[in-house]
Design a protein around this ligand. Sequence first.
Ligand SMILES: Nc1ncnc2c1ncn2[C@@H]1O[C@H](COP(=O)(O)OP(=O)(O)O)[C@@H](O)[C@H]1O
Ligand SMILES: [Mg+2]
Length: 271
Amino acid sequence: MMNKHPAAATAGGTGAAAEPAGSGRPAIHADHLTVVRGGHKVVDDLTFDVPAGTVTGLLGPSGCGKSTLMRAIVGTQAKVTGTLDVLGRPAGSAPLRARVGYVTQDPSVYGDLTARQNLDYYAAVLGVPRRERPAMVDRVLHDVDLADHGDSLTANLSGGQHSRVSLAVALLGSPELLVLDEPTVGLDPVLRRDLWNLFHRLAAERGTTLLISSHVMDEADRCQNLLLMRSGRLLADDSPDALRAGTGTGSVEDAFLHLVDEARKAESATD
Ligand SMILES: Nc1ncnc2c1ncn2[C@@H]1O[C@H](COP(=O)(O)OP(=O)(O)O)[C@@H](O)[C@H]1O
Ligand SMILES: [Mg+2]
């Protein structure tokens, strides 16, 4: 698992904060991870690694536990048991705050502020001194290709630009791990492609690890590595190619359906 993406592992290490290239340590390590909400295991006994420096997709239908798992990873979820290490430390520990960027599923930027004002505000929240903020805000606007729209009111930006402002907020601290909850939902295919290209650029140029959720299976091929979830369980943890080959199917959607059928058969056999 750790050595599954040798090319991706050596692409890291360019950013000052990134893991040393080839260190081999996964960005996320989960072992028997369980989360209980409302008396139910909504994340149920997951064991997986997310290799450092990769773009990893967390795919599964709505309600399968993606957001809950992401909150556990960023340390904002209660009732988490099992092992969950992020960048070599227990999830949610204080030193990780600046090293992990998180964009929630719900809009977190203010429509009545400009992109620049939003970013300045969040930089202030992060404790960045006032004199350092303009350069930092310029840097992240540039990172997400919004340099020309910094002074536009966020409410007047398109859906894709809006997502980029949220992403820019997450980039303020130069995180080594980006956790993005359904960042491409509702975007047209061109904007989705542009965002995925941006994600890959961050992984390739900086060695950033990106964990990106989606309930749309056709986004799977944009990822180097996939975690497929259903009803709180992990159905597969593999590359798209290996998943198709292993299930004898032609698409990740068909692979998903095949794995669901297999899981059902296994369940009825043990009933
Ligand atoms: N506050 C809550 N109390 C109890 N169950 C919840 C709560 N919020 C969500 N759930 C349940 O947790 C499961 C996982 O939700 P979630 O992580 O949001 O899934 P996803 O992001 O994949 O759509 C769902 O089945 C949902 O019904
Ligand atoms: Mg969700």
